[in-house]
Design a protein around this ligand. Structure first.
Ligand code: NAD
Ligand code: ZN
Length: 274
């Protein structure tokens, strides 16, 4: 990597300023979880009849909860079968290095950052986590793990009676739903840490953007706020995307490459203190 870039990252690490990491589906690509827009089209796997933008909606869940659950149980089988990769591990080491100067904002719902070892208090899962469920009715916003008795679906299998019984809210008996933000829903603070994620970049010294295409609104807002406050923006992605130009305009860097290769090098630069 360019020695000037490494020196800039090292200088940042030696300062008192916070590090905010913003991750998207690309950081899990090397774990074998396809991205949204990648050639395998993660969101199109699993449903023969609908596009992901149609499946991952409250409207679809209301009209056909069983079909939506089958689709999620198949996606969950993929995520549970995947292991955190070198990029996830580098982000864990960054949390250890920076301590209370560290925050991770992730769009991923796969739970791999937490499995790798990032702490829940410093990991804002702004689109939720498919390993968890909550009541689909109005009774409560309690979030709890998907019951272990629910069978993950390796292929196009129906729900069993036991699945149907386990996928009920423990309190009121209504359907439980995956704890994810759907396409026809809005961000909020209680479930998805919306306000906290908007506030986080204000004080950041560096915003490290990894594996996100910038197609959704909140990540772009986070990038603009950080750039406007003079943070160092670094975008890691094999392909150019809206964050690359944003980083370069703000005197930051676009680092072309896979997260599992680039993040360990950045971590090394952060660790050197001279
Ligand atoms: P995206 O699919 O829109 O974009 C992925 C980005 O990752 C692309 O820019 C691509 O060039 C990049 N990429 C691919 N391989 C990479 C690698 N090895 N290293 C670094 N970058 C790489 O993803 P998004 O911007 O996160 O938005 C997609 C939406 O879909 C999000 O809302 C997210 O919640 C959801 N999603 C989540 C997962 C997951 O949890 N793993 C997977 C797919 C989609
Ligand atoms: Zn309920």
């Amino acid at each position: 990597m360019d020695p000037n870039i490494l020196a800039t990252v090292r200088d940042f690490a030696a300062s008192e300023a916070p590090l905010v990491v913003l991750s998207g589906a690309g950081i899990s690509a090397e774990s074998g979880i396809p991205t949204f827009r990648g050639p395998e089209g993660y969101w199109t796997v699993g449903s023969r009849h609908y596009r992901p933008e149609e499946m991952a909606t409250l409207g679809m869940f209301r009209s056909n909860p069983e079909e939506v659950w089958r689709w999620y149980l198949r996606r969950l089988a993929v995520c549970r079968g995947a292991e955190p990769n070198a990029a996830h591990r580098a982000v864990v080491d960054m949390e250890r290095l920076f301590g209370d100067r560290f925050l991770l904002i992730t769009q991923n719902v796969d739970g791999l950052h937490l499995r790798a070892g990032n702490t829940p208090g410093r990991t804002y899962q702004i689109h939720g986590n498919i390993n968890f469920v909550r009541c689909a009715g109005p009774c409560s916003n309690d979030i709890y793990p998907l019951p272990a008795s629910v069978e993950l679906k390796e292929k196009d299998e129906p729900l069993s009676d036991a699945d149907r019984a386990a996928l009920r809210c423990r309190a009121c008996g209504a359907w439980a739903r995956p704890h994810v933000l759907w396409f026809d829903e809005s961000y909020d603070e209680e479930l998805y840490r919306f306000n906290s994620s908007i506030e986080a970049p204000a004080g950041a010294g560096m915003l490290l953007i990894v594996g996100t295409s910038g197609a959704t609104n909140l990540p772009m807002q986070i990038g603009s706020i950080a750039a406007g406050q003079g943070a160092l923006l670094v975008d890691v992605n094999p392909d150019r995307n809206p964050f690359s130009a944003m980083a370069e305009r703000a005197n930051g860097f676009f680092l072309a490459g896979a997260a599992g290769t680039v993040l360990p090098s950045l971590l090394e630069a952060m660790r050197r203190d001279g």
